[in-house]
Write a protein that binds this ligand. Structure first.
Ligand SMILES: [Zn+2]
Length: 434
C-alpha cells in the first residue's frame, strides 16, 4: 500500500451532509435490513429497474417474513446491483457485519447480526472508529435541531416559512413562534423570531427547494410577495380536510399551487439569505440530481443561482452534489465567485466514477480550498461508512495519478487530501470547533 493511500485512509473527516436517524431512536427498536438499506437511494434504483411502488411498500412490511420479502426484491436487486448505491451497501455489509454479499442465503443472517449489534455505542464504533468522521453537518429535513452534538451539527431549511400555500400553513408558522400573522411584515417577524430562537444550535441554512420547483429565486418586491400572502389569507375556497370516525368534519381553506405562490417563496428565500448575511452563517444548497424517481433535473441547474451568488457576495454558498450532471457549470461558478464552493456530498455514492472524474477535472480548474470532498447524505450509519470508503479511494486515486504524472508533489497531494476531507469545511463553517 502506498503511503499516500495510508495517509488518505487515516485522515479524519469533517462530513458536510447527513440525514441520519439519531442513535437513541435507531437502537430503541428492532432493525430490519430491508427497511434500513431500502430507506433511500438503492430503492430508487430498484424502482428505476422495474419494481412497482406497491411491491416496494410490500417488501418493507415487517409483518411478512423476511425471506418472503427478499423474494419480491431479488429480481430487481440482481438487475440494479451494478450501481454505486449498491456498492455502498456491499462495502457496509462486508466490513461492518462480515457478510460478503447480500442475497437469499445471507439476508436472515444479516438481520440477526444487525439486531445483535443494534445498541448504544453503535454510532461511535461505525462513525468514529471505522469511518473516522469527527463530526457531520446535519440536515434533519424537518428542521430538527436537538441532536447528539458529538456526532452532528444542524442546518435548517425553514421551508415552513417559504412554502406557504394555505391559511393552515400560516396558522402552523404562527403557532410555532407564538405571534399572530396577518401580513407579510408579521411573517418576516416570525422568521426572525424563529432564527433567533435556534441561533445557538445551528451552523447554517439549507435550501432544498429543487425538490419542489426550479431554483431561480428572482428578486421580487414586497408588494408582489404580499399580494400572494393576502390571496392565501383571504381565500374563500374551502375543502373538507378531515372526517373522523365519529363524524367530526373539519373544513379548511384550499391551498394555492406552488407556482401561484412563487413570488412569496422568492421573497422569503431572499429574507433567509439576508439573515445568513447578518448572522454570518453559510448556506448549503441542493443542486443537480434529486433523490427518488420522476424528478426533473433541469429544475436544479446551479446557473439558476447566479443572481444569489452576486447579490449575497459575503454569504458562503456550499453547493451540493457537484451539481451533477451540471458539474462543469458549477466548476465555472466556483472558479468565478469567491463565495461559491463545490461540495461532492452524495456524489461518490451516486456514481463513483463520475465523482472521480469530476474531482480530477476540478483540481485543474478550481482552487483546492473551494472543494469539499465528502458528505455521506445517508439516513443510516452503514451507508455513511460505505460511502466514505469509496470517497477516500477516489480521492487517493485522483491524487496519486496527479503525483505520478508530475502535476503535484507528494506533500502537495497530502495537503490537498486533508483540505478536501477536513480543513475546507471548517473554513466555510467557521463556528464549528473540533
Ligand atoms: Zn441530502
Amino acid at each position: 500500500m502506498s503511503s499516500l493511500e495510508t495517509y488518505v485512509e487515516n485522515l479524519w473527516i469533517v462530513d458536510s451532509h447527513e440525514h441520519t436517524v439519531q442513535e437513541d431512536e435507531r437502537v430503541s427498536s428492532k432493525v430490519d435490513p430491508l427497511q434500513i438499506f431500502l430507506s433511500q437511494y438503492a430503492s430508487s434504483d430498484l424502482i428505476s429497474a422495474g419494481l412497482t411502488v406497491e411491491d416496494y411498500v410490500h417488501a418493507l412490511d415487517t409483518r411478512i417474513p423476511l425471506k418472503e420479502r427478499w423474494k419480491i426484491i431479488e429480481p430487481y436487486w440482481v438487475k440494479a446491483k451494478n450501481t454505486s448505491y449498491f456498492e455502498v451497501i456491499k462495502l457496509a455489509v462486508q466490513d461492518i457485519y462480515g457478510i460478503s454479499e447480500l442475497n437469499e442465503d445471507t439476508v436472515e443472517d444479516l438481520s440477526i447480526k444487525m439486531n445483535s449489534m443494534n445498541k448504544k455505542g453503535l454510532y461511535k464504533w461505525i462513525l468514529k472508529d471505522l469511518a473516522k468522521i469527527k463530526v457531520s453537518i446535519y440536515d434533519g429535513i424537518s428542521d430538527i435541531v436537538e441532536v447528539d452534538r458529538s456526532f452532528f451539527l444542524p442546518v435548517v431549511r425553514l421551508e415552513d416559512f417559504i412554502l406557504i400555500r394555505s391559511r393552515e400553513d400560516v396558522r402552523r408558522v404562527s403557532e410555532s413562534v407564538k405571534i399572530p400573522i396577518h401580513s407579510l411584515r408579521d411573517l418576516e417577524k416570525a422568521l426572525e423570531i424563529k432564527v433567533q430562537s435556534i441561533l445557538d444550535k445551528i451552523v447554517g441554512f439549507k435550501i432544498a427547494l429543487a425538490y419542489r420547483r426550479d431554483i431561480h429565486f428572482e428578486k421580487v418586491t414586497f408588494d408582489e410577495a404580499e399580494k400572494v400572502l393576502n390571496k392565501i389569507l383571504g381565500s374563500e375556497k374551502t375543502f373538507i380536510r378531515y372526517t373522523s370516525p365519529d363524524g367530526v368534519r373539519l373544513t379548511m381553506s384550499d391551498e394555492l399551487s406552488v407556482e401561484e405562490c412563487r413570488h412569496l417563496q422568492n421573497y422569503m428565500v431572499h429574507r433567509i439569505l439576508g439573515l445568513a448575511c447578518k448572522h454570518k452563517l453559510p448556506v448549503q444548497v441542493h443542486t443537480g440530481l434529486q433523490e427518488g424517481n420522476l424528478n426533473l433535473v433541469s429544475n436544479s441547474n446551479p446557473l439558476n443561482l447566479a443572481n444569489l451568488f452576486m447579490e449575497y457576495y459575503d454569504v458562503k454558498f456550499d453547493v451540493f452534489h457537484g451539481s451533477y450532471p451540471y458539474v462543469r457549470e458549477l466548476a465555472v461558478l466556483a472558479k468565478n465567485f469567491p463565495n461559491v464552493y463545490v461540495d461532492l456530498c452524495w456524489l461518490h455514492a451516486v456514481s463513483s466514477s463520475s465523482a472521480k472524474s469530476a474531482l480530477e477535472e476540478l483540481l485543474d480548474m478550481v482552487p483546492a480550498n473551494k472543494i469539499i470532498g465528502f458528505g455521506g447524505d445517508y439516513k443510516h450509519v452503514e451507508g455513511i461508512y460505505g460511502h466514505s470508503k469509496i470517497a477516500r479511494k477516489n480521492i487517493f486515486e485522483v491524487l496519486q495519478d496527479k503525483v505520478d504524472c508530475g502535476r503535484f508533489s507528494f506533500d502537495e497531494a497530502k495537503n490537498i487530501a486533508r483540505m478536501l476531507l477536513h480543513d475546507n469545511l471548517l473554513e466555510i463553517f467557521a463556528t464549528i470547533k473540533v
